[in-house]
Ligand binder design. Structure first.
Ligand SMILES: NC(=O)c1ccc[n+]([C@@H]2O[C@H](COP(=O)([O-])OP(=O)(O)OC[C@H]3O[C@@H](n4cnc5c(N)ncnc54)[C@H](O)[C@@H]3O)[C@@H](O)[C@H]2O)c1
Length: 557
């Protein structure tokens, strides 16, 4: 087995690692030394010549050079990482999966005084106030270290070593947690094969006495039943309530049936529900949790990519009524969001593809790395390939989207300002989805039409470059998103946009892409709206050039 030591600079990873390795006759690997040997320069020299980005590239190569995790239950290798190695989601995937990660969590005050006496140069600390720098680093990196076994409050190497040895488990595991965080909008945990353990831990944190699972037939088969068996094996009494599949669960009569089932189970206000399923299931379960007994806690376990990158996080819950989708709902933040990317393996191709529409949207909001990631791995994932799940690419997509959402929602839970930017692609996209009666077009597919439209509007207004728009349009082409004209009329889309505008008290706020993010504008001229509709609805050039209700009703505030 490989043991991986993570923690801030000065936390003793090298000192503890060397001693541990020698005591267990294991090999000691210091990642910084590995980088220095392969590049032929010291770490400070690499920082000076190539900057932090250059160093991180070499560091990632060093992680890759470790090869597969050792499967022997005996301790074979002790790997000391650099303080920032595990910022990179892929490094975490590689270092934590099948290995035993340990977080040496020293107090910044102790580390600062230790670094003050050390002779080694730490490029991220040098020239700065060590304590303030370490406190900032600790805050920013806690979620990356937290999946590891945490050893805190110890300063002597011997004590730390004993604590690490005491925590050595039963050998390597193929499950991996890549991110764990306590946030203002609930506990967030992302990984592979983690669902049952993470749910059990979340129930324990909530002082639950039983597990009340809400699911639907599709998610139950691939995820819920396995979680139920594992929870029962751990001793949890398990209750289950199965709601209708997909969007059919988002109905008020389903809410009533589920609440009656909860009442028959005598579920009280201190209990916690566990919602296992796609976005539809977590939307309705969240609404049930928000309203049953005026609010009980809920743990969301999204089983679709839409749920993992978007729906299950952020506290928006809703059901549909005949007059419209999501018209009845509440804000209710989950106690925990547990995204287990292994559930992606059974997702149908259309679901995967549509979810990538949302992922591209999140990338366009300002995450360049996410855009590259979808360019590299999106097609394979959309095509049903398992490789992007196995390589950690999907976990990275989920992490990037989920964390961006945590930050936006923490700043603006009720969509008063910055959360509005998440509606990129929704102005025309929602018009398309509504015109299709929310039936033949999936939400992510509609967002893709809307994204094409938003880029055309932004180009017409000079907000984004042709190169940026071409790049995103080409990506959507490759993903097979919004390629054919949608099965809706242009008039119907314009009608729905006009009706959205009325609901928005007469002002349509367009979220429009720039070359590095988005701006919100309500002064979109009719000609730009026309260009957006033409691009979104894939109208051929011969049909363009008309000015009608799109410009006069939807576009002008
Ligand atoms: N609350 C929000 O912020 C928010 C954001 C985006 C979308 N949504 C909502 O999410 C819903 C769409 O969610 P969705 O795309 O996840 O669809 P969904 O929940 O309707 O699930 C789609 C289908 O996938 C099946 N399924 C679920 N997990 C599976 C798995 N692991 N393998 C195979 N099949 C599986 C389900 O049985 C269902 O048939 C919409 O109702 C939308 O309004 C909400």
């Amino acid at each position: 087995m490989d043991l991986v030591l993570v923690g801030l600079p000065g936390s003793g990873k090298s000192a503890v690692g060397r001693r541990l390795a020698s005591r267990h006759h294991a090999t000691f690997v210091d990642l910084d030394e590995l980088v220095e040997r392969s590049v032929g320069k010291s770490v400070p020299a690499i920082f000076a010549d190539e900057g932090e980005a250059g160093f991180r590239r070499h560091e990632h190569d060093a992680v890759l050079s470790l090869g597969p995790a050792d499967q022997d239950p005996e301790l074979r290798r002790v790997i000391a990482t650099g303080g920032g190695t595990v910022i990179d989601p892929r490094n975490r995937w590689l270092l934590y999966r099948g290995r035993f990660p340990v977080w040496l969590d020293g107090a910044p005050e102790v580390l600062a005084s230790r670094l003050g006496k050390s002779t080694s140069v730490r490029p991220l600390i040098v020239g700065r106030d060590p304590l303030v720098t370490l406190q900032t680093l600790a805050e920013g990196r806690r979620r990356f270290y937290a999946p590891a076994l945490r050893i805190s409050g110890l300063t002597r190497v011997d004590d730390i070593m004993r604590a690490v040895e005491g925590g050595l488990g039963d050998g390597p595991s193929q499950t991996v947690t890549v991110l764990r965080a306590e946030t203002a909008i609930g506990h967030v945990e992302i990984g592979y094969g983690i669902a049952a353990n993470a749910v059990s831990a979340a129930l324990t944190r909530g002082a639950a006495t039983r597990a009340i699972l809400l699911s639907e037939p599709g998610a139950w088969e691939v995820a819920g039943s396995g979680i139920a068996v594992a929870l029962a094996a751990e001793g949890w009494p398990v209750e289950r309530i199965i709601l209708p599949r997909g969007e059919n669960a988002k109905r008020l009569h389903v809410v009533e049936d589920a609440c009656r089932a909860l009442a028959r189970l005598h579920v009280d206000r201190k209990e916690t529900l566990v919602a296992i399923g796609g976005g539809a299931l977590t939307d309705v379960s969240g609404f049930i949790a928000a309203t049953y007994l005026r609010g009980v806690a809920v743990i969301h376990v999204p089983t679709t990519l839409v749920g993992q990158v978007d729906a299950a996080l952020g506290g928006k819950t809703a059901v549909d009524i005949p007059e419209g989708k999501n018209l009845v709902g509440a804000f209710h933040q989950p106690a925990a969001f547990i995204a287990d990317v292994s559930f992606n393996a059974t997702l149908p191709v259309r679901q995967r593809r549509a979810a990538l529409g949302e992922v591209v949207k999140m990338a366009v909001l300002g995450d360049e790395r996410l855009l590259e990631l979808v360019e590299e791995d999106g097609e394979a994932y959309a095509g049903g390939d398992a490789a992007p799940i196995e390589s950690g690419a999907v976990a990275e997509m989920v992490e990037r989207c989920a964390w961006a959402k945590v930050e936006v929602v923490t700043a603006d839970a009720r969509e008063a300002n910055v959360r509005m930017t998440l509606n990129l692609g929704h102005t025309i996209g929602h018009g398309v989805e509504a015109a299709a009666g929310f039936k033949s077009i999936l939400h992510g597919e509609a967002v893709a039409y809307g994204l094409r439209g938003a880029f055309a509007v932004a180009q017409a207004m000079g907000l984004t470059s042709d190169a940026r728009a071409d790049r995103v349009n080409r990506l959507l082409d490759r993903l097979g998103l919004a390629v054919e004209p949608p099965a809706v009329t242009r008039e119907a889309v314009v009608d729905r946009m006009a009706s959205d505008k009325k609901h928005a008290t007469g002002v349509l706020n367009w979220v429009l892409p720039t070359d590095s993010g988005v701006v919100v504008r309500s002064d979109v001229p009719p000609a730009a709206v026309e260009a957006g509709l033409t691009a979104a609805l894939r109208i051929s050039p011969k049909d363009t050039g008309r000015t009608d209700r799109a410009g006069t009703e939807a576009g002008v505030p």
